[in-house]
Design a protein around this ligand. Structure first.
Ligand code: ADP
Ligand code: MG
Length: 384
């Protein structure tokens, strides 16, 4: 039913196998709500072979013109999740490998991108019954640490922060805005709470409370602002012995990012982009699109400094990091424009190459004392 033209497009757009340094891009379609169907909305997205996404319907003439202009009706990704996909499957396909890498002292990041209402927060945080990537990643992390039977050797710290209107805030202990500083490890938020986590049980409650601390729109007291970006950082620190038998610390960092709503913020052509810049819609998302463009075009200068978000994502986009993007889309034909925009940017993000990811050795957390070191050596000897 795809037709010759579509088959050709499919071949032309076929994705090359990952070389480990490409951003992996996934798409997740959320289910149509009953109230949307009752209101006469139609599904405008078809996912084929868990990979190819087709836009099948549109709402009006404008969408039709847009479709012709952007020539984007078909897209292919590393995987595309139909609306029946479970949270666990999304986690296993997109993030489980990054958790493994973080346990080896590497960095990884996952960001959810899409319009408001497309399912970003559901994918990242989820609900108590259906926890999302953030919670499943931490759960998996603790399971893997336990399996390595060296529990006491690993320390897990969580930080949860928000970027709203170019202000960075600590979601675990709200207070004054945080200042970004550049140090050896890259950009850090000075004074950010590092919560030491011992088990999964406490984490869901912690994150939900943190999410309630996200900025809300003044007119809708209970709804999280669609312009707020939330970033969860999971830092795993552990000790190993290097070739000369010295104890060294290894640190892996996983960043899980729930971006602000992309509607109107990322324009696909220069003219709209300029008018949006004037309107200061969402500086961080605009800066993100500029960085993606610059990275894709292989520019020397990548404008990370243009926003707080891009400063914080610098090592995820262009640094030594395994990066995953999940593009969330709504099925409704009324969201056609936003959906096509999201797919367009996700398609572009496939072209970004990140640097090879090294193991972070012996930085960040020095051993507290000599006695500590002696005790640790004993522990390590027992294990081997
Ligand atoms: P966003 O964060 O992108 O604005 P949400 O994650 O808040 O969107 O999703 C909007 C609504 O749709 C929420 O009520 C959420 O629970 C629901 N929802 C989103 N994705 C799914 C899904 N895959 N399955 C079930 N409900 C979903
Ligand atoms: Mg949200």
């Amino acid at each position: 039913f795809l037709g010759k033209e579509n088959m050709e497009k499919l071949e032309e757009k076929n994705i090359e196998p990952s070389d480990g340094s490409r951003i992996l891009v996934f798409v997740r379609l959320r289910p149509m709500f009953k109230k949307e169907r009752d209101a006469g909305m139609r599904c405008c997205v078809k996912i084929v072979n868990r990979k190819d996404v087709y836009l099948t319907e549109f709402a009006n003439e404008n969408d039709y013109l847009r479709l012709k202009r952007l020539r984007g009706r078909h897209f292919a990704f590393d995987a595309s999740f139909p609306d029946s996909t479970s949270q666990q499957e999304v986690y296993s396909t997109t993030t489980a490998e990054l958790v493994e890498a973080v346990l080896q002292g590497r960095n990884g990041s996952v960001f959810c991108y899409g319009a408001t209402g497309a399912g970003k927060t559901y994918t990242m945080l989820g609900t108590v019954e259906n926890p999302g990537v953030m919670v499943l990643a931490i759960k998996d992390l603790f399971t893997k640490i336990r399996q390595r039977s060296c529990d006491g050797n690993h320390v897990v710290h969580l930080s949860y922060l928000e970027v709203y209107n170019e202000t960075v805030r600590d979601l675990l202990s709200p207070g004054r805005p945080l200042v970004l500083r550049e140090d050896k490890q890259g950009i850090v938020a000075a004074g950010l709470t590092q919560y030491r986590a011992y088990s999964t049980d406490e984490v869901m409650a912690l994150l939900q409370r943190g999410n309630q601390n996200r900025t809300t729109e003044p007119t809708r007291a209970n709804e999280t602002s669609s312009r707020s970006h939330a970033i969860l950082q999971v830092v795993v620190e552990y000790r190993v012995r290097d070739a000369s038998m010295n104890v060294v610390n290894r640190v892996g960092k996983l960043s899980l990012i729930d971006l602000a709503g992309s509607e109107r913020a990322l324009a696909t052509d220069q003219r709209t982009l300029r008018s949006l810049e004037g309107a200061n819609i969402n500086r961080s998302l605009l800066a993100l699109s500029s960085c993606i463009n610059a990275l894709v075009e292989g520019k020397k200068h990548i404008p990370y400094r243009n926003s707080k978000l891009t400063q914080l994502l610098k090592d995820s986009l262009g640094g030594a990091c395994n990066t995953v993007m999940i593009a969330n889309i709504s099925p409704s034909n009324l969201s056609f424009g936003e959906t096509q925009n999201t797919l367009h940017w996700a398609d572009r993000a496939k072209e970004i190459r990140t640097k090879a990811c090294d193991v972070n050795m012996g930085i960040q957390f020095p051993l507290e004392s000599e006695t500590d070191q002696a005790r640790l050596l004993l522990e390590l000897q027992k294990e081997n």
